[in-house]
Design a protein around this ligand. Sequence first.
Ligand code: GDG
Length: 737
Amino acid sequence: MRAILIRFAVPTLIAVSILAFFGVPYVDRILADWFRSDVDMRAQLVANSMEGSVDNFLENDDEKGLARYLASITTDERLMAIALCGADAKAVLSTERTPPEISCAILRDIGDRGSSLVKLANGSVEVSSFPMGSRNGKALTALIIHDLGFIDRRQSSARNYVLALAGVSASVLALFLGFVFWLLIRRWVNELVGDIRGRRFLDDARSEPGSRRILTQIRRVLREAETSQRLEIDFHENWTPQALQQVVRDHLGAPEVFIVSNREPYIHNAGPSGPVVQVPASGMVTALEPIMRACSGTWIAHGSGTADRQVVDAHDRIQVPPEDPSYSLRRVWLRTEEEQGFYYGFSNEGLWPLCHLAYVRPAFREADWQQYQAVNEKFAAVVAAESGSKDPLILVQDYHFALLPGLLRERKPRATIALFWHIPWPNAETFGVCPWKLQILTHMLAADILGFHTRYHCQNFLATVDRFLECQIDHEHMTVTLGGRVCRVVPYPISIEWPPRWLASLPDVNTSREAVRARHGIASSVCLGLGVERWDFTKGIVERFLALEALLDKDRAARGKITLLQVAAPSRSRLPAYQALQAQTLSEATRINEKFGTENWKPIVLIDHHQEPREVFELFRASDFCIVNSLHDGMNLVAKEFVAARDDQDGVLILSTFAGASRELPEALLVNPFDVSETAAAMRTAMQMGRDERRERMKLMRRTVKENNVYRWAGRMLMDAARMRQRQSLTKNILEL
Ligand code: GDG
């Protein structure tokens, strides 16, 4: 508005000044002409009224009386003097204030009925001449001299008045025009902003006629820019950390970047000789770290390591990565009851089972919800305190922080907020059982971007919002508008780095096979199946044991020919559901091993502790098939890691249709993990599949994972955030027009 007014006021004032510069002298002249004709009329009146009296004085030859009479007339402020001139243009009589510069000689110029403006040293006078009686038979002429000083005074006040009037009217006009223009622009902008924020394409029939062409142009430019950016993303084949950093530099315009996650990218634990740093095996860290390195951003996470407090500075910050410090890790401390309610309680006993259809009943406890809210508040306050800019880019990770977008929006209304939900989103009916669904949904929708792994999860989210909230949903553009704010719901399938860094230190596949088999006592003739996961009820570990049992029950020839090596890394072990799962897994493995095992062969080898990433990749390379039969999984990175590890183009992947990864890897043997016979059959197919078919399938899967690596995942999200920021700044610029 201010800009609009300035843009109107300045030209208007310039126009008025030009007008005044040329107009005021003209006004002066008109006024002067008016006043002079007024004075001439006055002089005529004076002459008329004098005529009889002057005649009398002349007839009576009363020169003194005439002088007195004329003096009495010229007491008037404006009538300055009167002179009587003889026929020889010589003064017969003149009153006291007759200016010395004026003599009867003027009659030669103006005659006995004329007038003239005479400029004197101290002002102008108007001299008018009239025939006025006779003396000694000779006609006399009266010169009536009016002081025009009052005209100058009047002209100057009239000039001031005209200028003031022009100034005031110009300002009022400028304000009025500015206001009308602003209203018009606002109307267009509101239409445009709707478009820009992706709410919908405007129905042009409802647009202002004057705005249509401009809106159409702007839309075209926006669409073209978007299309070219999308093409850039889609046809960018070689996504690397450098390409990601390039995206940050070229498209984001150096914003302040924050990542908020529960898990920290570097954990310091107490070791025998001081703190030891650990890098958690996490695709998220791999994907997001290049962004942080490029922007020198701040990663805010729960400080959960036993030596975390020892290594931070006075502001709870530490520069990471340790070998090349380039961004800041800000640790947030949680009290035991906070961690219990927020992490174990609401996040992992509430939301985790709610979002995974694994038939474990979610537990919703009011006390956990209170802690969940409090911890989300705590993180929001930390982000706000760490951020110095008005419009930071904040990338929020996962279901631990569903409330964060709303809480951040209150503190940073102009921030660009993206929340990525790493787990599935259930259907509306399932989500509906959550007692705090409305708070969760409304807070999530305060984000600019909500990311899920698959389009199906996005659609579930939109259906949930549709069921429970009064809002506007655009299914074509996948946006939700709530309270005038637009949130885009977008699928971003997460992935892994390519090539995985651990491969560089591993020997060839045959050496890995031999090493692993020797370590676990598995003969070279035995088909080695592999499972690697966190020990979680969603991963289908027990179900795959049952499938192996079914295979061995049904196909006696398979006995002694197949071993399932299962890595189960303990996770959330203090929760009853996880303890029960661990107990069940151990007892099922024991039961099946006792049922079928021989002196030289065990159907199941269970590694019930965390492995180093290098060891995990060695297992991938050593195995004949990898089984990922999750009951429900947002994506599942194990499937992609197995494919990436097989640079020998061999190995079979068995993959659950309920894992997000199955959308990208249809060349895997897809199974319904709840169908034990089908999973058993898939194991047998894996055992029997010919080398050519294995290669064919593996080649296709490797191409997919290579092209759709984790840098592409982050790059797409960042490009969308960048586009959103460009739109926001466009909107802001238009509003500031
Ligand atoms: C969530 C979603 C989504 C496993 N055991 C060990 C170990 N791992 C590594 C794997 C893999 C990672 O952990 C597990 O990733 P997943 O994707 O399979 O599953 P979640 O942990 O449930 O992750 C999931 C993911 O978020 C990303 O968005 O795909 O759907 O549930 O990298 O290799 N790593 C090491 N030792 C082990 O014992 N080092």
